[in-house]
Ligand binder design. Structure first.
Ligand code: MTE
Length: 329
């Protein structure tokens, strides 16, 4: 996510097309300068930034996927849109970069380490985690803090089901997620901070009751097929009432902890990104843009009114009863 200070954004500039185009121009220009200076081969991802986006190839069909009452009936974004417009900074900051660079990420075999305050800490093979799990279609709204949104048919299962199997102790108040960090496979992790480098690995967290909420899922597929790499293969989180950056991709570790974890974006820009990061159209003073409207892709116009908790308030508002959501943004 581009971090812009509010004073730098006159309201006249908060049309998403401009933000989007300016951001790409900036990154392309920076990449171009770097390429000229250092040669394409030396600048990770720079060559790809100058090419076109590539939709993911279709993958293996997932079996026995059940429908879910939690799915929205809204019009779906297409496979092409969902797999070419991505945020996956490990592959670069441009929306196109993950579609061009993530295909070589090795997702098999894959293990998930379970650590911390639980009775079943171990490193589990993904196929063992998926044994006996009932996969569901979960068609969710997906709202990025940058102001764009999509409707995505994920395939997954409740995060809470996995958590129960780990048997967290009474000390476990939060769950921390860590994602794959492999500079050899992930050119974006070799970028300097000025070009979008973060404090890797990408980490996120949820309060235990948020993590146990039936809407929070671990997604392993899209449109009934295995998850494309650019969307977070082989296993990612999706928490539909929060801004998209909470929904971490390519998870390698979950850890049960007593204290609220510090997340990657809280470290990068604490004035903009806080632990909760619930979608909140009323909170415009600290995120880097006005959050009252959104651009439902592929539209360039922010003609959708953003809903509190991304429209999932009936199900999740009670999690935050009594909390000041302006402080806990
Ligand atoms: N997970 C990892 N590991 N790295 C990332 O850069 N970006 C986040 C989130 N998960 C990100 C990540 C952000 S900012 C968003 S909006 C969503 O992934 C984007 O998911 P999508 O590309 O599948 O739409």
């Amino acid at each position: 996510m581009l971090i812009k200070h509010e004073a730098d954004i006159p309201s006249s500039e908060i049309t998403d097309k401009k933000v989007y185009v300016n951001r790409r121009d900036f990154i392309r220009a920076a990449a171009g300068t770097a390429v000229a200076a250092a040669g394409v081969g030396l600048v990770p991802g720079a060559a790809a930034l100058l090419q076109a986006a590539t939709p993911a190839p279709h993958g293996r069909k997932l079996e026995n996927v059940k429908p879910s009452a939690f799915s929205t009936q809204e019009k779906l974004n297409t496979w092409e849109q969902i797999t070419t417009y991505n945020n996956f900074y490990e592959f670069g900051t441009d929306k196109d970069s993950p579609s061009m660079l993530a295909h070589s990420m090795k997702t098999e075999p894959w293990t998930l380490a379970v650590e911390g305050e639980c009775n079943k800490p171990a490193t589990y093979h993904l196929e063992d985690i998926l044994k006996g799990v009932t996969l569901e279609d979960r068609i969710y709204r997906h709202r990025c803090v940058e102001g764009w949104s999509m409707v995505i048919p994920w395939v997954g299962f409740p995060l809470g089901d996995l958590i129960k199997r780990c048997e967290p102790t009474s000390k476990a108040q939060f769950v921390e997620f860590t994602t794959l960090y492999d500079p050899k496979q992930m050119p974006g992790t070799r970028l300097p901070a000025v070009l979008g480098g973060l404090n890797w690995p990408y980490r996120e967290g949820l309060r235990m009751d948020e993590a146990m909420h039936p809407l929070a899922i671990l997604a392993v597929g899209l449109y009934g097929e295995v998850m494309p790499n650019q969307d977070g293969a082989p296993i990612r989180l999706h928490v539909p009432w929060k801004y998209g950056f909470k929904s971490v991709k390519s998870i390698v570790k979950i850890r049960f902890v007593e204290k609220q974890p510090t997340t990657t974006w809280m470290q990068a820009a604490p004035e903009y990104y806080s632990f909760y990061s619930n979608v909140n159209p009323g909170r415009t003073n600290s995120t880097f843009r006005d959050q009252s409207t959104e651009r439902r892709l592929p539209s360039f116009f922010a003609s959708y009114k953003t809903q509190m908790f991304n429209g999932y308030g009936d199900q999740v508002a009670s999690l935050y009863a009594g909390m000041d959501l302006r402080k806990n943004f």
